[in-house]
Design a protein around this ligand. Structure first.
Ligand code: FE2
Ligand code: FE2
Length: 252
């Protein structure tokens, strides 16, 4: 697999690389349980974001409810301290439920890319969980970083601008995840290194899907909004951050 080729557009899109101080802290094995836990939750939140977009913007009640039911056991476990479901059995069910339908071409594209994204994020969720279990890292609820909140606070409050901005935020979160996996990989043991590198291709595609959807729904060129969110994102990444998480800024 040609990693530099996958990474090149991601690095151009992001306005700053991950600070060395974050990499130094993240590579310290004592922070691995925290990092894996946050990574696990981020995978679920990525799936949840995609699910909520389809539910909100594609008016098909039955299909939307099926998506909600799909994520429910994962959410109950991760956010409400529910019992750990049989994730292997859940993985097998994926794709068998009713998927949302629409006649609108843009809606169709949203459903297709978001359903694929949800499948992939839930698969990543399970992969992280498996690694945690093998290393006897228990799942403990942790607080979210300022990162996503910081970007979403700049989302405009009327449609379709809200949707456009949310899609651009999605693109940045996916692109940063991709960049961080690549930055972390060289400092890990063989198993984790392989795992992080295996995530690059899908996360790079997710960022491009979000960006393409944003441009398709917008009547204007989205470049100025992309630039603005790029600045906000780079600020969150390159300024001191009290909390250490997968998407946090410079550790203090
Ligand atoms: Fe993922
Ligand atoms: Fe992703």
């Amino acid at each position: 697999m040609d990693y530099p080729q996958i990474l090149a557009p991601v690095l151009t899109f992001l306005q700053c690389p991950t600070p060395q101080a974050w990499i130094d802290k993240a590579r310290d094995p004592q922070h691995l349980p925290l990092l894996l836990t946050d990574h696990l939750v981020c995978e679920l939140k990525a799936a949840q974001t995609a699910m909520l977009l389809v539910r909100k913007y594609v008016a098909d009640k039955e299909g939307a409810d099926a998506l909600l039911a799909w994520l429910h056991p994962y959410e109950a476990f991760a956010f409400r301290a529910g019992p750990e479901p049989d994730f292997i059995a859940l993985q097998k069910q994926i794709g068998k439920s009713v998927m949302p339908q629409t006649d609108d071409p843009w809606g169709r594209k949203l459903i297709d890319s978001m359903v694929l994204l949800i499948k992939e994020e839930l698969h990543h969720f399970w992969q992280v969980r498996e690694i945690m279990q093998a290393r006897e890292i228990p799942y403990v609820k942790i607080t979210a970083s300022r990162y996503a909140k910081g970007m979403l606070s700049k989302v405009r409050t009327h449609e379709p601008l809200t949707l456009i901005d949310k899609l651009i935020c999605g693109a940045y979160i996916e692109a940063r995840s991709c960049e961080r996996f690549a930055a972390l990989a060289p400092h890990q043991d063989e198993e984790l290194k392989k795992f992080y590198l295996s995530l690059l291709r899908s996360e790079a595609r997710h960022y491009q899907d979000y960006l393409a959807l944003a441009q398709q729904v917008s009547e204007e060129d989205i470049t100025p909004r992309v630039k603005l969110f790029g600045e906000v994102e780079a600020e969150l990444i390159s300024t001191p951050d009290e909390e250490f998480r997968f998407h946090s800024g410079v550790p203090v």
